[in-house]
Design a protein around this ligand. Structure first.
Ligand SMILES: [Zn+2]
Length: 263
């Protein structure tokens, strides 16, 4: 499921391929992904426009056009982007196809169809309406610490709650807690000042590194939890068996030895 590092990679990919080209046509192959707009209206509004720049907030990507409107993309569970030449075949689960005037196309591909494509007028208004928290890579330590007074519950649930902090999902929440050596079920009220600082630093470290590796799991260090989170998986730090349990409705993987519980 695309999280902050994945969406940041999509942003950089889009910036490197799809800006400043006239859109000749927009083909909607799966209307499931459209939110608050019809296929016809999307095509009409974007025809003749160019993508000018992009902005990411949490797991959302916004693309500014020269037509006084922003394209809004959310990648759901399986969404991704692909830029390709006219004569090549579109990805198999293309939901929306942006056809540029000059020989190239950008596909929003989404097998499970939980992604979202729409148009908005104002990004800040949209973020406010969704009550999204600050972006996980934008937040400073002071702001991060404030989060702990506003919310209650298991630390992993708070990290995944987009209204408290935007961008972190199941995989990176586990990774961050593994690096901070905090048990995912720990109540946030139980975290001391030092734990909170550790958690903040682990969050920055993990997200920045993951962005650096273009969110490619195969390139991430083997000392990370990521490639070990499975049955019979061993902790890359101490070699003991990893455990899993359901926290906040999602499967958490952790090392019961390295990640102490303050319950
Ligand atoms: Zn361990």
């Amino acid at each position: 499921m695309p999280e902050l590092p994945d969406v940041e990679s999509f942003k950089r990919y889009l910036d490197a391929t799809s800006l400043h080209q006239r859109i000749a046509h927009v083909d909607v192959l799966s209307a499931y992904v459209l939110k608050g707009i019809s296929a016809r209206e999307l095509a009409q509004r974007l025809k003749g426009c160019c993508f000018e720049s992009s902005r990411r907030h949490g797991k959302h990507l916004f693309v500014r056009t020269d037509g006084d409107v922003w394209l809004r993309l959310h990648f759901g569970m399986t969404g991704s982007l692909r830029y390709f030449k006219d004569e090549e075949k579109a990805p198999p689960h293309t939901g929306v196809l942006f056809i540029f005037a000059r020989d190239y196309r950008l596909a929003f591909d989404d097998q499970r169809k939980f992604g979202e494509v729409g148009l908005i007028k104002n990004v800040d208004e949209f973020l406010e309406k969704r009550a999204l928290g600050p972006d996980a890579l934008d937040i400073d330590l002071a702001e991060f610490k404030k989060m702990f007074t506003k919310h209650r519950g298991a630390v992993k649930s708070i990290l995944m709650n987009q209204q408290s902090i935007a961008g972190i999902g199941n995989i990176y929440a586990d990774e961050i807690l593994f690096h901070a050596r905090i048990h995912p079920a720990t109540q946030i009220a139980r975290l001391c000042y030092k734990d909170r600082r550790h958690l903040f630093r682990a969050m920055r470290h993990v997200l920045e590194k993951a962005v650096h590796y273009q969110a490619d799991a195969d390139r991430m260090p083997k000392t990370w939890l990521l490639s070990h989170r499975e049955k019979r998986g061993k902790c890359p730090r101490c070699g003991r068996s990893l455990k899993s349990s359901t926290i906040g409705g999602r499967t958490a993987w952790f090392c019961p030895h390295c990640q102490r519980s303050a319950l």
